[in-house]
Design a protein around this ligand. Structure first.
Ligand SMILES: Nc1ncnc2c1ncn2[C@@H]1O[C@H](COP(=O)(O)OP(=O)(O)OP(=O)(O)O)[C@@H](O)[C@H]1O
Ligand SMILES: [Mg+2]
Length: 359
């Protein structure tokens, strides 16, 4: 047990997105047998355009500055971080392996993992979790493999060092969103759900059953595609195209001209999501999906649920990652939190990992 002067280190969740940094600090509060969470600090800081492109850091100074700012703004006392990675340098696979002696499992899993990871062992960091699910034969055990390219991880670790922060936990954005949903919505713990986190450059799709990920895919697609096309089609500057996308009044632009461009790009996104569902269904005996949950900044796009409802006859909900989090209205701006809620899904999931919650 730690002595009272050896306070356990406080760790904050930091979502390093290409559009904005999101910081969340939570504190576990015991309520009888249950653990609840209280919001301690939060911050948001825009990332200068193209400083991070599809998960790769292009302008270290700009990103390090933004990290300093988000910490100052949030007023957290911590400088330890749980952060997430996403995109094409991340690979997640679910495999079944032979059940062996516990002391043989580690080597065995790493060996079995090899053909599933399209990089050499020297190029990646591999982590895994063994899972007990009903669809695994008794002589086998389900394993979720996660591999991240070292090169990418080092870029993130360097930027955190430059910012005087220390990385304590590395997670995947896709695991973080699942963690957040499982903590915030008890009803989804037993179901098969799909969480689609649509950011600026990456859309993470997680299919989970009974709280475990069964299929994970990051698609290089997001809000940027909408802005780019509005910019090109309507001949606008980046900032104006961003505003028009968000449904704001922009001088000389009629909403009627914006809508068809948004429709067009949404079709591309839906096609990608449909492909993902088909792939999942063709690879599992049970293809049923009970609920679709949307998060990320692009989930704020007007009528986003209607677009998905056209293809999928499944209930659709926008995630509120603060659903089960206690928030002191004297300390935090509830209107800001309500507007930005889906944007903070990854950060809440990372913060939950930091306080030791895993499901
Ligand atoms: N009200 C809104 N309507 C439409 N789009 C919005 C709205 N608010 C934010 N967005 C879009 O959401 C995106 C940012 O979302 P988010 O913060 O989840 O991305 P990110 O995590 O920074 O990026 P990524 O993870 O893809 O690198 C931007 O493309 C932004 O234009
Ligand atoms: Mg993101």
């Amino acid at each position: 047990m730690p002595l009272s002067f050896m306070k356990t280190k406080k760790i904050v969740g930091l979502d390093i997105g290409s559009f904005g940094l999101k910081l969340i600090e939570l504190k576990p509060v015991k309520k009888g047998k249950e653990t609840r969470y209280e919001l301690i600090a939060m911050g948001y800081e825009p990332v200068p355009y193209q400083s991070i492109v599809e998960g790769s850091i292009m302008d270290s100074t700009a990103v390090a500055d933004a990290i300093q700012h988000v910490f100052l703004e949030s007023k957290t006392k911590s400088s330890s971080i749980s952060f997430g990675v996403s995109g094409s340098s991340v690979i997640v696979k679910r495999i079944d392996v032979q059940r062996l002696n516990p002391n043989e499992m580690h080597e065995h899993i790493l060996w079995e993992a090899r053909p599933h990871i399209p990089f050499t062992p020297e190029e990646v960091n591999i982590d895994y979790e063994m899972i007990e699910t009903t669809d695994t034969p008794p002589d086998k055990v389900g394993v979720i493999l996660a591999a991240v390219k070292k090169e990418k991880l080092n870029d993130y670790l360097n930027i955190l060092t430059i910012s005087n922060k220390s990385a304590q936990i590395v997670d995947l954005d896709s695991f973080a969103i699942l963690n957040s949903v499982m903590t915030n919505y008890e009803t989804y713990r037993e179901r098969t759900i799909v969480i689609i986190n649509i950011g600026a450059s990456i859309t993470s799709v997680v299919i989970a059953r009974g709280g475990y990920p069964v299929f994970v895919r990051d698609i290089a697609f997001g809000g940027n595609q909408f802005t780019d096309h509005i910019q090109k089609e309507l001949n606008l500057k980046y900032e104006k195209a961003e505003s028009a996308k968000k449904g704001r009044q922009v001088e000389g632009v009629s909403p009627a001209a914006v809508k068809p461009v948004i429709d067009l790009i949404f079709n591309d996104l839906r096609t990608e999501i449909k492909k993902t569902f088909e792939f999942y269904r063709s690879n599992t005996s049970e293809g049923r999906i009970d609920n679709i949950l949307l998060s990320g900044g692009t989930a704020n796009l007007e009528s986003v649920s209607d677009y998905f409802a056209q293809d999928f006859d499944i209930p659709i909900e926008i995630v509120n990652p603060f659903n089960e989090i206690e928030i002191n209205p004297k300390k935090f701006d509830l209107d800001f939190i309500k507007d930005m809620a889906p944007v903070f899904n990854v950060a809440v999931g990372l913060a939950l990992r930091a306080v030791g919650d895993s499901k």
